[in-house]
Design a protein around this ligand. Sequence first.
Ligand SMILES: O=c1ccn([C@@H]2O[C@H](COP(=O)(O)OP(=O)(O)O[C@H]3O[C@H](CO)[C@H](O)[C@H](O)[C@H]3O)[C@@H](O)[C@H]2O)c(=O)[nH]1
Length: 330
Amino acid sequence: MAILVLGGAGYIGSHTVYELIDAGRDVVVADNLQTGFRAAVHPKARFYELDIRDRAALDALFEKENIEGVIHFAASSQVGESMSDPLKYYDNNLHGTMVLLASMVAHGVDKIVFSSTAATYGEPERVPILESDRTEPTNCYGETKLSMERMMGWVSRAHGLRYVALRYFNACGAHRSGAIGEAHDPETHLIPLILQVPNGQRPCIKVFGEDYPTPDGTCIRDYIHVSDLAQAHILALDYLIRGGENNVFNLGNGVGFSVREVIECARKVTGHPIPAEMAPRRSGDPAQLIASSKKAMEVLGWKPEQNDLETIIASAWNWHKSHPNGFGEG
Ligand SMILES: O=c1ccn([C@@H]2O[C@H](COP(=O)(O)OP(=O)(O)O[C@H]3O[C@H](CO)[C@H](O)[C@H](O)[C@H]3O)[C@@H](O)[C@H]2O)c(=O)[nH]1
């Protein structure tokens, strides 16, 4: 039987497909290529260009393929955009998931692992954050992801579907082969933007806020390598296949780095001075997000392997310097 990866042409999705294929699994990828890239899809995966809001296209896929379980990455994921265009997030993330679950239930596919986010917590009560801590999103992106988790809960009660929600902290880095890496258009993520400076594509990096209640005044995040995240999806799917119950797991390294520290580390890795410029706070940003991933380690047996920021940034730099235009031309 095959694993269906929705959003398998995107950043975390494409890395998960590479790990699944490396592990000998049969993989079907579906993506509407709105933000994903056809070139990021592993050549051994069967590809369907479809939008998860298109019920007929999903039904046709489930009828044609023999799907054992779904890994669902197909969603909009930019904090800033979710504040200026919230309805896009309700449509793509919530409506999309609603159509998907209806099609899964109709075809008897009852296992799903999906991307949730640290943004479900909002401003945390304490760090490191536990899965049982308060969830009060400060941005619409986090709100729709939390609603997706709750939707799964109700559908599970009614129809017996089982799910694992993976709350990622800050995904970064690139695949060890150098074949795929992080590419967004437009780019909004800190590490790729920093690396555009040594790549000659941007004169400096803007630091969004230096008046946060943190030691150096800039936001603190927990940076986790994308291939470690990818492994967690395989472990979560196998947990469901073994009969595991509905669950939610944080995925992070448990160590926080400030925006300034990330820039300093990138200077060390690239040997470039990377000038930084202070800028106003970005709407919706919590001051500090650090994960406790103890539960994922204990229940899933997950162990992040690339837990050193320098190694992570070096793997990102390896991709960005050889692919300055991502998957595009030139
Ligand atoms: O040019 C930039 C870009 C970002 N930042 C700062 O760098 C930090 C990291 O920003 P990212 O945009 O790279 O990541 P976020 O923490 O905002 O978001 C990430 O984590 C979220 C969970 O909190 C969501 O999952 C989201 O999809 C994911 O990209 C933030 O403090 C942001 O303000 C800058 O200072 N300058």
